[in-house]
Design a protein around this ligand. Sequence first.
Ligand code: TXA
Ligand code: MG
Length: 321
Amino acid sequence: MARLVSSQSPEAVADAVAVLLAGGLVAIPTETVYGLGADATQGAAVAAIFEAKGRPRFNPLICHVCDRAMAEATGVFDPVARRLADAFWPGPLTIVLPLAAESGIHPLTLGGLTTVALRMPQGIARDVIAGVGRPVAAPSANRSGKVSPTTAAHVARSLGDRIDLILDAGPAVVGLESTIVMPVPGKIVLLRAGGITADDIEAALGLAVVRPEAGAAIQSPGQLASHYAPHGQVRLDALSVRPGEWLLKFGRRAVEGEGAAAGIIDLSPAGDLREAASNLFAALTLLDRPDVAEIAVMPIPETGLGEAINDRLRRAAAPRG
Ligand code: TXA
Ligand code: MG
């Protein structure tokens, strides 16, 4: 069971920082809801978030920062983004921005996107992030499909047996997830309603806040198929390799025809789903080259993280739109 530590305890911050730096999971109170935090630069730790939540998809996660320097090292701010941060940070506003070149954020945290959702929370979360010295990825600390937790007891009930530490700071003040916005030229797109209203933002910035157009790609990044698809054809559940195909392996087991493969990438020689999850986006990026025409993918078990891995691979194999 997770250890439950009061946020008032003098050891609370150092305890959480140590767990996060070691690649563990910590439930961290924020003013909106409790988040399930991991070091956003460690792929295996981020994979463990998806595993603990039982998320069937690799949705991109919000990266939580402690200050503007960390924010600007992670996302590319334009003047509107700076004004949003000036007006609402720390607080319940998440800003989606292009990813900075040397951000260090693991691709799994971003669900393969080239944008990053940034938020500077209030309270002990900020001290924890400062101690880690890197952004902390955190979705709401509930099992997939359940409501977001506003108390430590909620977290303990749903994830207590799956995580290392829960910081208890009492009930969340806002009790509603953060508002998610994306600045685009001349206006601000509202991706998720939340703790800060569109009116608040319009009043502070003097810019229109608009809903995304129906079917717009930014509305639900996790749903996009072709965005994640490599250039070549992807063949799933391959039990043998055809000459000239690339092979995406899982586990050391030899595959028929392997010797004639154009190249081989093993997502996890040990057959470990967490490792495979953390290597997936880097592998798909590597394979996204004009000279890689066909990719055979070995079967991956549909258990635990395998569900989300297979979801993403099915999207990569889907007909291009
Ligand atoms: O208040 C909150 O936002 C809480 C606390 C813990 O910070 N977090 C939270 O995270 O609600 P989560 O994972 O439950 O929701 C994050 C949302 C998802 O809908 C995801 O698709 C969206 O943020 N998101 C993340 N990165 C994105 C991006 N680059 N572009 C568009 N949407 C993004
Ligand atoms: Mg959630």
